[in-house]
Design a protein around this ligand. Structure first.
Ligand SMILES: C[S@@+](CC[C@H](N)C(=O)[O-])C[C@H]1O[C@@H](n2cnc3c(N)ncnc32)[C@H](O)[C@@H]1O
Length: 290
């Protein structure tokens, strides 16, 4: 019989106002993501998981660790903890519907997909659902008579864990809920072994799509890792909202700078685009580079 008393876990004390400010300032400097330092509960909720993982009992120890972190590895984990990666297949479905209805034809008239590959860039791709949804739409077009012939997909994000998942291209039954049955059948393979906790299988994007895509680390706020290429379609969705106005303008200008003339930009529905950005609105959260 084990007579040892069970361990007593005292609840971790929330970070002080000063510690919150330091945490959000550091995350901002590394990512451009601005968090209100007054949101103590939110900051604590996100960062305390990191403390638990490191076996630290309080924020003083975590601050010491951040100070000693000359390689920046803990700073990356802090950014990871404080950023949001929510995404889903066919999010803002009307944008994909627009591509099918008229967008691809419009872009194709400029040679994209025919004389040269049509390039799609998902600029803050998270776990890849946004880019793989676009891949399904493009592959449908490629398989239809007279449809586009060549395309390539590029996904970038500041978070290495989400990029790993995007590259692995494997999703749970819940994650693929937004994919229509016909596209599921064409573009998702049922995993033979992996299952979730309720024994539902996982699904993997088929190799024909996987071989078209590359996923790369890049930081939109300072452009480190953002290559120079010409995109025909750029998704810049649900990331601008986390940046302050000056960073938003810088990021938008960098993304528009990488769009070909006539290229299409998709934003999130809550994201406003500056009239100075060199874009023309052609639909809800759909812009064309002028
Ligand atoms: C809410 S998710 C949006 C995902 C996807 N675009 C969508 O709308 O479904 C925001 C993503 O932006 C990424 N992110 C945040 N700051 C970034 C930065 N400075 N550079 C690149 N990606 C960043 C996060 O890692 C996260 O994956």
């Amino acid at each position: 019989m084990n007579l040892a008393a069970p361990p007593i876990h005292s609840p971790m004390v929330e970070p002080s106002a000063d510690q919150c400010r330091i945490l959000v300032d550091r995350a901002f400097a590394a990512s451009g993501v601005k968090i209100n330092p007054g949101k103590t509960e939110f900051i604590h909720l996100r960062v305390s998981r990191r403390l638990n993982a490191l076996g630290l009992d309080g924020y003083d120890a975590y601050m010491d660790l951040l100070d000693a972190d000359t390689a920046g590895s803990e700073l990356r984990c802090l950014v990871e903890a404080l950023t949001t990666h929510t995404t889903s297949f066919f999010r803002e479905r009307h944008q994909y519907d627009w591509l099918v209805r008229e967008g691809l034809e419009r872009i194709g008239e400029r040679g994209a997909g025919f004389e040269r590959p049509l390039t799609v860039w998902s600029a803050a791709c998270s776990t890849g659902a946004e880019l793989w949804s676009a891949a399904m739409v493009l592959e449908d077009a490629a398989r239809s008579p007279g449809g586009l012939r060549k395309y390539q997909l590029i996904g970038t994000d500041i978070s290495r864990p989400v990029l790993k998942k995007a590259k692995g291209a494997t999703y749970s039954a819940i994650e693929i809920e937004g994919v229509a049955p016909a596209q599921r059948q064409r573009y998702l393979m049922r995993s033979r072994t992996a299952t979730d906790l309720e024994r539902r299988p996982y699904y993997r994007i088929v190799p024909e799509l996987r071989e078209r895509a590359t996923f790369e680390w890049a930081n939109l706020s300072n452009l480190v890792g953002v290559r120079d290429f010409g995109a025909d379609i750029a998704f810049l969705r649900n990331v601008l909202i986390y940046f302050p106005e000056d960073v938003q303008e810088r990021v938008l200008s960098a993304v528009v700078g990488r769009l070909r003339p006539g290229g299409i930009l998709f934003t999130g529905h809550a994201e406003a685009v500056s009239p100075r950005a060199g874009l023309r609105s052609i639909g809800p959260s759909i812009y064309e580079k002028v």
